[in-house]
Design a protein around this ligand. Sequence first.
Ligand code: HXC
Length: 257
Amino acid sequence: MTYTSILTSKQDLYAIVQFNRPDVLNAINITLMKELVDALEHFDTDDEVRAIIVTGNEKAFAAGADIKEMANASAMEMLLRDQFARWDRIRKIKKPIIAAVSGFALGGGCELAMTCDIIIASESARFGQPEISIGVMPGAGGTQRLTRAVGKAKAMEMVLTGRMISGEEAMRWGLVNKVVPVEYYLEEAKTLAKEIASKPPVAVRLAKEAVLKAFDTTIEGGLEFERKNFYLLFASEDQKEGMKAFVEKRKAEWKGK
Ligand code: HXC
């Protein structure tokens, strides 16, 4: 697939997907979403990639869904577009996804960052769910993921007022992992991607799956799931190699199986 709204690259066992609609602050239209999902699914099956960074530019991660594309749509058109089916496919990506966020991460942009596994923000990052100010509400997970990340009180405040919060506040509230000066946010995400890429890939995959399970199961179901993944890793060559290397005081060499 030839991309028009994103740029992709690969280096050192990780891949980068960068939104490329700078004139509209990376507003997420149908094409951008199609391309994003296509690229993520492609990298998810690429053995040379062990972590994926999703980013925008310094001014905007993404300022939300493309308002012009949906302004005149009817409810039926929105339903039949079934755009959220694509969002659901992001949840199925097995490799870790790091959002490197600078500037605006609003509406669908904030939701997209929260769909990723880890968020690195720049000091100029602004997170928000401003949909209320244009007559709608979050539709791509904002009311659910934001509430789980920051709790009911803060989520209510953000969703009902549409107010933006800074990267620093987002970190204090538990929405992002780290905030760094603008010139370093992408570097920081790359460092993290490299660190994760240096770990045994099957263990990373099953560990990510188990953490995500915590969002849609009971504690009992989650613990059972975790235990099964834990046992399953003893069937991997990497478990044998990892523990043997520890005992022999040497660096492990991962096979990814
Ligand atoms: C379409 C957008 C856009 C958007 C910005 N632009 N956000 N176009 N959809 N979401 C366009 C503007 O129209 C403008 O194009 C250009 O980007 C620059 O934006 P300005 O407004 O001139 O920039 P600035 O004054 O710096 O203000 C930045 C801003 C503001 C505060 C981020 O643009 C803004 O409020 N944007 C909308 C944010 C929003 O409501 N997001 C939620 C969308 S709904 P022109 O052609 O005029 O230069 C949503 C629902 C998700 O996300 C549901 C799931 C998919």
